[in-house]
Every structure is written in C-alpha cells, then in structure tokens.
Design a protein around this ligand. Structure first.
Ligand SMILES: Cc1ncc(COP(=O)(O)O)c(C=O)c1O
Length: 379
C-alpha cells in the first residue's frame, strides 16, 4: 500500500488519526526541514533576500511539473484570492462580453471576487447544482453565450466533494468564445490535472492542502497561448518585467504569467511549499488518486452499514467524502475526542484521506462514527 512507504515521514500519525487534508496537508519531515532551513539561513546570513527569486522559481518549477505547463505559465502568489483578483483586474467588463458564468459549488472567495467586478460592469450568473450536488452539462450550455467573458468553475466542491467533469465544460466555453478559470484548490495533488491537455486558460489554487505545503503560497496558472494579452491592474513590483529595475515612472509587466504576482512573497512559506510540492511529485498524484479511491470505497461501505448518508455524488472520484450530520460541530468535536481529526461545512462532516492514510485510519474513523452514530443524519 502506498501509505506504508511514506507514512513515517508524517509524525502527526504518532499522535492522531488525521483525515483532514481538505483543510491542511499533514506536515512531513521534508517540509519541517525546509522551515528550519529558512530559520538557519537567517541565523547564518542575516537576511535571505538574495534567495527570494530563486525560491519563487523553485516553487514555480515544481508547480509547472505538477500541471504539465511551462514555468513561464505559473504565477506564484500569496493566496489563490490574490491570483484571481489580479486576473479579474485584467478583464474588461465594459464591452459586449461582460458576463461571468460561475457555479453554486464555488468557494466564497471566487464568488466574492466576481461579484466585486459588478462595480466595473460585470454581470455574474450562477449555474445551480441539483440537490445531489451535480450540475448537468446542459445547464452550462444554457448559461454560456456570446456575452460570456469567463467561465469560473471549481474542480472539487469544498462543501460536499462533488467533482465537475471539467473537459466538456471547457470545450463548451471555448466553442462560445469564453475563457475558463478552474479553481483546483481542492483537487491539486489529489487528482491528476494536466492543464495543457485540458486546455483551461487559468487554474488557481494554493499549496496548503493536498500539495503538502504551507499557507502563504498560492498559484495562478495562465496559459501562454490564450492569456498573454491580459494585463492586470492589481499588481506590484514582483509582477514587473524586471523586478530589480526599481522604476517608479512606468508599469512594465512581465510578459509571462509572473505579471499576476504582486509584492514581497511569503518567504518562509516558499521554502515549505517547494518541499511540499516536490514531495507530492515524488509520491505521485496518479498513485495517490488510485490509493485514495480504495480508501473512499471502504469508507462508503462502512458508512452505509452504519445507516449514514454520504452526500458526495457516487460519480465523484475526488479525495473528499461528505457525510450528513445532525450537528456538524458537535460531530467533529466528538470524533476529535476519540482521536480522529476531520472537519465540517454546510451540515456535513468532511473526510479527506490522502497519500499517507491507510485502512487503519478508515477503521478508526468508522469505529468513532459508530460510537457517535446518533449524530449521523439518516437518509
Ligand atoms: C476550493 C477553494 N478555493 C479557494 C480557497 C481559498 O483560497 P485562498 O485563501 O488561498 O485565497 C479554498 C480554501 O479552503 C478552497 O477550498
């Protein structure tokens, strides 16, 4: 089993059963060492400013390998929000194409950033999910038209684990002349995503969760062939063509995706993010996906036996399984008292196994769910 080979690199498992990678990936030995490397560097050299760009480029290179794009197509930001806000600032909403088509499955930051553009002339349309959290392709076909500037979709819904089939939506959007942004935060590192093959124009996310990194580092992949003409007005010196030009009399943005970056990066987090993404590449995303699907199958079976309700659609092959709860906060607290860490959103307990989890974790969780079965919401 994949977990056998790597589990000892994640000391949290000496203490608890950790099934909460949709919130934060477990700390590995190499990420811990990377944070220490930063601190020791400060003690040795006083400041590490000479290495900032080098570290940014290390993260950029690792993310480019992960997504199958060139390093020039990756902006390394301080959060996903920062990258998407820079992208939004590059869009012009006063022409005939002024509509943003998004979904009811998005993370709040995405909806909020697009609605903020209403002040600049944007019209925002939400494609609604069915009660089972899936969205039929027809609903996108009805919403996307020749006024659509960008289609903004999430790969995996953070609330319920629903996974969108991205390829047909992207194809549809492109056939109608719209750009596409994919929020990959809840998928990257857990589901293989070849951005060049998929053809998404933009992909946003961060390194905190299934990429095993740290808060403080996000990314915006911007495909060279479709996005080169878009120039952000939300910017800063790290987005300039020459960061060291120190020019206060003009704006000369980088020609590649780096133009979506802004100010001083979160430097300690860059050390951690580089180590985390590189470790995830070493472990393998495809291998992780297959491994986790085995654990999810085991979980689905066990929860059904307990009479619980999985709200994640059966067809969704993601890393997040959501289980209906009568009191999500008490449920998470009760499981935590039994040594099992999960999280909750929107009335559901969220269980999110990753490469390092194994069947002992699944069994421990099912045992705790059984103990607290009065908190399971029945169908
Ligand atoms: C799907 C999704 N998008 C966006 C975010 C937030 O991004 P950030 O805080 O980096 O802007 C999260 C965080 O949990 C998320 O799950």
């Amino acid at each position: 089993m994949l977990a056998d080979a790597i589990r000892s690199r994640f000391p949290v498992f000496d203490n608890i059963v950790y099934l909460n990678s949709c919130s934060q990936g477990a700390l590995s030995d190499s990420v811990r060492a990377a944070y220490l490397d930063y601190l020791e560097g400060l003690e040795r050299e006083g400041s590490l400013w000479g290495h900032w760009v080098e570290r940014l480029d290390q993260v950029r290179g690792a993310l480019a390998r992960l997504f199958g794009v060139t390093p020039g197509e990756v902006a390394v930001t301080t959060s996903e929000s920062a990258g998407v806000a820079a992208l939004a600032s590059a869009l012009d909403f006063d022409g005939t194409r002024n509509t943003v088509v998004t979904t009811s499955l998005e993370f709040p930051t995405i909806g909020q950033i697009w609605h903020a553009q209403e002040r600049r002339g944007a019209r925002v349309v939400h494609v609604e999910a069915d009660p089972d959290s899936t969205i039929p392709l027809d609903r996108f076909a009805d919403a996307i038209d020749d006024t659509t500037l960008i289609v903004s979709i999430t790969q995996v819904c953070y609330r319920n684990g629903s996974v969108l089939d991205l390829a047909p939506i992207i194809e549809l959007a492109h056939s109608r002349g719209a750009l596409v942004l994919v929020d990959a935060y809840q998928g990257a590192g857990a589901i293989p995503l070849d951005v060049a093959a998929l053809g998404a124009d933009f992909v946003g996310g961060g390194c905190l969760k299934y990429l095993l990194g740290s808060p403080g580092v996000g990314y915006l992949v911007a495909r060279a062939d479709t996005t080169a003409g878009l120039v952000p007005t939300t910017t800063g010196w790290f987005g300039a063509r020459d960061i060291f030009a120190m020019d206060i009399r003009s704006y000369d943005p980088a020609a590649d995706a780096r133009r979506f970056e802004s100010g001083t990066p979160s430097v300690p987090s860059l050390y951690a993010a580089a180590a985390g993404v590189e470790l995830m590449l070493e472990i393998g995303v495809a291998e992780t996906h297959a491994h986790v699907q085995g654990l999810i199958g085991q979980l689905r079976g066990g929860i059904a036996e307990l009479g619980g309700t999985v709200v994640t659609p059966e067809s969704s092959r993601g890393p997040l399984l959501a289980v209906a709860s009568v009191d999500e906060h008490e449920h998470v607290a009760a499981l935590e008292r039994d040594g099992v860490v999960v999280s909750s959103r929107d009335g559901n307990v969220r269980i999110s196994p990753h490469c390092y989890n194994d069947d002992t974790d699944v069994e421990a969780l099912l045992k705790a769910l059984h103990t607290h079965r009065h908190l399971l919401r029945r169908p």
